[in-house]
Design a protein around this ligand. Sequence first.
Ligand code: EPU
Length: 301
Amino acid sequence: MSRPFPDPIMAIPHRRDVPFARLTTLGVGGCCRWLFEPVSEGQVQAFVRACASAGLPWRTLGGGSNLVVLGDVDTPVLRLRLPQEPRRNGLELSAPASYGHMRLSAAAAELGLAGLEYASGIPGTVGGAMHMNAGAHGRELVDVLARYRFLSAAGELVEKAPEPGEFRYRWSVLGQGRVALGLTVRLAEGDPERIRAQVAEYRVRRGTSQPLGKRNAGCIFKNPPGQSAGRLIDQAGLKGLRVGDAEVSPAHGNFLVNHGQATAAQFAELMAAVQARVLAVHGIALEPEVEIWAAPEPIVR
Ligand code: EPU
């Protein structure tokens, strides 16, 4: 099994047997058998085209901050390592998909451009943020998204403005084998002092309501329409529920934290227990907000 993939794929920088504990913020999961890390859009395209023509499934990893991996993954995993820094053009800022979402927010603040303050505490990459239409504090990425670039599942390059229906609450059209390459956000002229003050206020809010000091994957379940999953879990008396080193955070019910040695199986058991209890108490079926990779195929959202 030393060269199991077509040559154009094997030509891309790659690593073998990387534990998902090192690739995700939650710190659980098995082994990533094949991690491909292209450093140019051309390499990403070569990867996707080769996979498409060989009929090979693959998965795309961003910053691993919204992901629960439940076992070993044998299918090739793509993680972009595009080296470009953000570029400013008037009120627009462009960045590659592998750029940090929080770093982009900080770069905008530095330039006195307003609109990305909401992202100041959201980890992960810009590509992951597009994939999930990440948001906080009543704002989400699509609110500032001017254009986005991606490869179709067949490897065709597309650049376009977002259209209605392509980005919704924690969902975007970028699933189903499409690979985000980069984005351009359109921001507003802002006062750097006010931007800094807003970011500081968000940081305090997060610091008091979310368990930032413990390994976690952000909110685990989607908020049901008009409800807060965290509040429902809290009201069901589940804070502090523990399976091994996996725990429903006492700080926020929708965060499951890893106290250090938690396993994927413990997280799966804890998530199922929370869903069952919330269904019994409130009659509401919570849906995962995190992406879940369970062997052998990815779960399609
Ligand atoms: N609440 C409780 N108990 C809890 C948690 C929350 O009673 O354990 C109550 C709060 O007091 C508040 C309400 O529920 O009245 C809403 O809580 P919060 O402001 O923390 O917001 P949320 O709906 O739980 C959403 C996003 C977060 C985002 C925050 C802040 C989802 C699933 N969650 O959380 O996003 O950071 O708003 O804007 O959409 C994420 O996407 O990973 C994430 C954490």
